[in-house]
Design a protein around this ligand. Structure first.
Ligand SMILES: Nc1nc2c([nH]c(=O)n2[C@H]2C[C@H](O)[C@@H](COP(=O)(O)OP(=O)(O)OP(=O)(O)O)O2)c(=O)[nH]1
Length: 330
């Protein structure tokens, strides 16, 4: 019988915290915010159970059901909120039946929060919770054929079409939808989790100019994390020391020559990405030969420490910012 945490139900595991999100149970105070987001037809049209137009009553009812589900230990149904602002961005649900070995996932994200990867972050966390904490044999979900953004979320979390077709009741539309089923088995989840634990060693430098500004480089199109601003550097090759790798990368990427003696270790990033664990020492470099020039199509920016947060960075880099600000001041 999946889903039982002793006699405590599911409330004991909440809230769930991720890099950028807090997944927490909804409360009656959330009704207006949820109605504003889920009442948007662009959101509701992809779901079979959000009525449109949306009023407070169904959301109040959902909050009540959620309490019961958590008390029964038959699922987790939570709001996706931003850790930094507390703003509600959407909702994610994982539900199982006492006698089913698999659980069903559902989620929506409000329009102002699209394009930030919140759905993937939330669905992955809830999937991990399902497998790690509850005795699930698998999770499954389905999305409408025209909802490609949602299909990408399931792809990233590892749910693949398994040939099944689900007859999905859509009570709010007075209809039933036939949708392709995507699923992830426990064995595949264990394999994915192992891949995520693979350690990748990357080395990077904060080049600091005489004005105390830091050089950031924008990852070009075609690379992973394209568009995000990072510290110049790259992967350490087999047999290379971090310092040799950094000197090589700075020459290749920026055309500057640095000496190992000028590389001062500052701090490091240790971050769990979806498919690897990044370990990245960060060095400070104040002296080099040559003028940094974009050699690989990347944009470059000299940024005052106080403005570093204005530049969207890979998740791993965010904890590095206060360390640089402490060292360099505003
Ligand atoms: N250089 C650098 N890489 C970073 C930073 N933060 C961060 O998460 N990374 C990640 C992005 C990449 O996954 C990896 C660096 O890989 P890379 O730059 O040598 O090689 P790449 O773009 O070809 O890597 P990839 O797209 O194939 O993953 O480390 C950072 O501040 N600087």
């Amino acid at each position: 019988m999946p889903g039982r945490l002793g006699g405590t139900g599911c409330a004991a595991v909440l809230p769930v915290r991720t890099d950028r999100l807090v997944l927490r149970p909804p409360t009656p105070e959330d009704v207006a915010d949820v109605v504003a987001l889920a009442g948007d037809w662009a959101v509701a049209r992809h779901t079979g159970d959000i009525p449109h137009p949306l009023t407070d009553a169904p959301i109040r009812a959902w909050i009540g059901t959620t309490r019961q589900t958590h008390a029964d230990g038959t699922g987790v149904s939570v709001l996706i909120t931003e850790a930094e602002t507390g703003a509600i961005a959407g909702a994610v649900t994982i539900a199982w039946h006492r006698h089913w070995p698999e659980a069903e996932l559902g989620y929506w994200v409000g329009r102002p929060f699209w394009g930030r990867g919140y759905a993937t972050e939330a669905v992955r966390a809830i999937t991990d919770l399902g497998f790690a904490t509850f005795d699930l044999a698998g999770v499954f979900s389905s999305t409408r054929g025209d909802n490609t953004a949602s299909q990408r979320v399931l792809d990233k979390v590892g749910l693949r079409p398994d040939g099944g077709v689900l007859e999905v009741p859509a009570p709010a539309r007075g209809d039933t939808w036939m949708q392709a089923r995507r699923a992830l088995t426990r064995d595949d989840w264990v394999r994915l989790r192992a891949a995520r634990a693979r350690m990748v060693l990357v080395v990077a430098a904060a080049l600091v100019d005489p004005d105390g500004r830091v050089l950031l480089a924008q990852r070009p199109e075609g690379k992973t994390m394209a568009g995000l601003w990072e510290f110049p550097g790259g992967k350490v090759a087999t047999g290379e020391t971090p310092e040799a790798a950094l000197i090589r990368e700075l020459r290749e990427e920026l055309g500057v020559d640095a000496r190992a003696a000028c590389l001062a270790p500052l701090t490091f990033a240790s971050h769990a990405y979806a498919d690897f664990h990044l370990l990245m020492p960060l060095y400070i470099l104040r002296n080099w030969a040559g003028t940094p020039t974009a050699r690989e199509g990347q944009a470059l920016a000299w940024v005052r420490p106080a403005r570093l947060r204005d530049y969207p960075m890979p998740a791993a880099d965010r904890p590095l910012i206060p360390v640089l600000q402490d060292l360099l001041g505003g």
